[in-house]
Design a protein around this ligand. Structure first.
Ligand SMILES: [Zn+2]
Length: 113
């Protein structure tokens, strides 16, 4: 399960950060996850609940912001959302599109106790 390994690394990072600042507890973890990463928010929350036990993040609140997939056409500059699974052509002019957002996979901030 992809999310389980991911949560493991997130908690390791968060614990390292907490130790660096001499905190013995983490209050909150805020993540930004792009829609295009394929990461399932619920699976991530579930993994977090399983892995956090016994770590500095045991009582931490996990907030996940899902960043929607946005694409922009390289020809007509139209910006549009998810139009279909892997549609990388403009719905207006069929030009090639680039991803503007939706690939994020980051810890936005951590609140230490
Ligand atoms: Zn276009």
């Amino acid at each position: 399960m992809h999310e389980l390994a991911m949560t493991q690394s997130i908690i390791e990072l968060v614990e390292a950060e907490a130790r660096k600042h001499g905190a013995d507890r983490v209050d909150k973890i805020k993540l930004r996850i792009g829609e295009f990463t394929g990461v399932v928010k619920e699976a991530l929350e579930f993994s977090f609940d399983v892995i956090k036990a016994g770590t500095l993040a045991e009582s931490a609140e996990l907030e996940i912001e899902v960043v929607p997939l946005r694409k922009r056409c390289g020809c007509c500059d139209t910006v549009f959302g998810s139009t279909g699974d892997f549609d990388f052509f403009c719905p207006d002019c069929s030009g090639p599109v680039e991803i503007v957002s939706g690939r994020e996979l980051q810890i936005e901030y951590i609140d230490l106790a």
